[in-house]
Design a protein around this ligand. Structure first.
Ligand code: ATP
Ligand code: MG
Ligand code: MG
Length: 378
């Protein structure tokens, strides 16, 4: 019986544990928080991600290690690699947790992306804003997620405000400036690669964000096949360059017929949650399969599938469960404003059938705004 150790005990770890049961796997979870939600499903060891002594003890209790949190220090992952197999590798993690290095990688691979620049000082910020034009976005290089650590510069007066808000982080986590993309839509490629170099990608997913946080996803995305093939080719180039093992996501903007890379996530990804109920093989199962050297499962979608994220508090389950197409995922977290606490997946044979299931859910939950983009796209 193989025991998988997961660094980070959030909902991603929780869903890996659920997917690992039919693979005959056991799990142990390592997280700084004693109430980490994956701890409801597997033994939880509490400790800091930079406590090498505690991490080594954890490594001794498992056979193979992965993570559900992209901000585990790459140095900790590198230290554990000397003790047990760790996937994805520490180098891939290091690249993906720094926006400057991931964008530099995309650029070196010939993947188009928005204008970007390292911002060490207010003076450089002023210069680069003048060069990129308005609007543009300042982001922390490290540790940002769900749109946190970002400041949108809409007019010249915002430059000082952006530096006021984020400037002191230039010396710690670093800052970058990005040109603002007036995108037609946001897409993501969720893909898996194993050590033998086998690669599978789920159908390209279309995503809607509200205030920088994922709100809804739809697969297939409905974009022309050539666009989807290009998106997957970009993701594959990144994975091969990093000798990546496991599941990852590449987020892209589609703008004026062109794909621009936004960021990658070195882990299972929120925009792949629909695969839990809507694909032949889920991202969670294939992440584990990849890391264990097992053949990757078929990543095709079962008809058409979508996901709605629940933030803050869980809504009523009944309207979702009243639909045969509906699947309910409650992460077992304490409610907190803006926190990802659960999601619902929907899967149907046809777009029309998916619309039929979704429309009453949007109405019953008072979430027409969240459901509307899906209905319009289907
Ligand atoms: P995640 O939770 O996906 O890790 P994050 O905090 O790392 O998010 P980004 O993905 O960089 O942040 O940005 C969040 C969202 O903000 C994007 O999905 C997009 O909707 C918007 N956004 C980010 N960068 C740009 C940009 N350069 N132009 C236009 N919109 C952008
Ligand atoms: Mg991110
Ligand atoms: Mg993102």
């Amino acid at each position: 019986m193989t025991t998988v150790g997961i660094l980070g005990g959030g909902q991603l770890a929780r869903m890996m544990i659920l997917a690992g049961a039919p693979l005959g796997l056991r799990f142990r979870v390592y997280d700084p928080a004693a109430d980490a939600c994956a701890g409801q499903l597997a033994p939880l060891v509490t400790g800091a991600f930079d406590d090498l002594q505690a991490l080594r003890a954890f490594a001794a209790s498992v056979d193979v290690i992965t993570f559900d949190f992209e901000n585990v220090p790459a140095a900790s992952v590198a230290a554990l690699t000397a003790l047990k197999p760790v996937f994805p590798n520490a180098q891939a993690l290091a690249v993906a947790q720094d926006r400057l290095s991931e964008k530099t990688l995309f650029q070196s691979l010939g993947i188009p992306l928005p204008a970007f620049a390292d911002i060490p000082s207010l003076q450089v910020l002023e210069q680069k804003v003048a060069q990129f034009g308005l609007p543009c976005i300042v982001k922390t290089r490290r540790l940002g997620y769900d749109g946190k650590g970002q400041f949108r510069i809409r007019e010249q007066a915002d430059v000082a405000a952006a530096w006021q808000a984020l400037g002191e982080q230039a010396g710690s986590v670093g800052l970058i400036l990005e040109g603002f993309v007036h995108f037609d839509c946001e897409l993501s490629v969720v893909a898996a690669r194993n050590a033998a170099g086998d690669f599978v990608a789920w159908p390209v997913t279309r995503n809607w964000h509200v205030d920088g946080v994922l709100s809804a996803s739809l697969a297939p995305c409905g974009m022309p096949q050539a666009v989807q093939d290009q998106a997957v080719a970009h993701a594959r180039a990144v994975a091969e360059h990093l000798d990546y093992v496991g599941v990852f996501a590449l987020e892209l903007f589609h703008c004026d017929g062109q794909l621009l890379a936004n960021e990658m996530a070195p882990r299972v990804h929120n925009s792949g949650h629909w695969t839990g109920d809507g694909a032949q093989t889920s991202q969670f199962a294939n992440h584990l399969r990849a890391g264990l050297g097992l053949p990757l499962g078929d990543a095709s979608v079962l008809g058409v599938a979508c996901m709605l994220n629940w933030l803050g508090t869980m809504p009523e389950a009944e309207p979702v469960l009243a639909q045969a197409a509906g699947f309910w995922h409650d992460y077992g977290k304490q409610p907190r404003a803006g926190r990802k606490v659960g999601h619902a997946n929907f899967r149907a044979d046809t777009p029309a059938a998916l619309c039929q299931a979704l429309a009453p859910v949007g109405q019953a939950l008072g979430r027409d705004d969240q459901v509307r983009p899906l209905l319009d796209a289907l």
